[in-house]
Design a protein around this ligand. Structure first.
Ligand code: COA
Length: 176
């Protein structure tokens, strides 16, 4: 990504030859992010939840915009300090809170671009592990995470409000 003051921008031509921009979210973008979330995921969050993630971890809260500036995807993470996967030592974990791409823009590499860029920017918190939960039925997302070498560490029973189980997937961060 190239730096433009505090906004990080990455552009690429996807399969339909449209320019997609990946950049940092700002508070004016939150309504667009919430719209994508409500259209694409059953898990909704109140506005203040998005705002607090943005205020605390702005570097890794990224959006994708189409060539008209419409928000068509987002990713947001938080950082938590909990025991490491393989010891009782407390380490910083990057916890993927949510990622979604609008239906009509899927399978064009947008989620990969959001993940790759945000996993870089969140490193400033000295991340030891990346972690996430995903519905056990969410084949597309599981495939996406496996491409990044996330592995299923365990199953969280009844994790979602509708009772579906979640896979807890984890990845050790590479030392840089
Ligand atoms: C999961 C999601 C974010 C993927 O977005 P996307 O922009 O379409 O993903 P990409 O084009 O970057 O694809 C990356 C990889 O994801 C996997 N994947 C994505 N869509 C897939 C599909 N329909 N079938 C199989 N694998 C798929 C593949 O591994 C793909 O890599 P490949 O193109 O080399 O095969 C998108 O499907 C989505 O928004 N789903 C609804 C929200 C959601 O489930 N979020 C995750 C919650 S944990």
């Amino acid at each position: 990504m190239t730096s433009n003051k505090d906004t990080k921008i990455n552009t690429f031509n996807n399969r339909s030859n449209q320019r997609i921009i990946i950049k940092r979210c700002n508070s004016d973008d939150l309504d667009g992010v919430i719209k994508v979330n409500e259209e694409e995921l059953p898990e909704d969050y109140p506005y203040f939840f998005y705002k607090s993630i943005l205020d605390n971890y702005p570097e890794s809260f990224l959006i994708a915009q189409d060539s008209f500036g419409k928000i068509i995807g987002y990713i947001m993470w938080r950082v938590e300090k909990t025991p490491s996967l393989d010891s009782l030592r407390y380490v910083n974990k990057g916890h993927l809170v949510s990622i979604a791409v609008s239906q009509e823009y899927r399978k064009r590499g947008i989620a990969k671009s959001l993940l790759t860029n945000s996993m870089q920017t969140i490193k400033k918190y000295k991340i030891h592990e990346y972690v996430l939960e995903v519905r056990i039925s969410n084949y597309n997302a599981i495939k996406l995470y496996e491409q990044y070498n996330f592995q299923i560490s365990n199953t969280k029973k009844n994790y979602y409000r509708d009772g579906e189980n979640a896979y807890y997937m984890t990845l050790k961060a590479k030392k840089s």
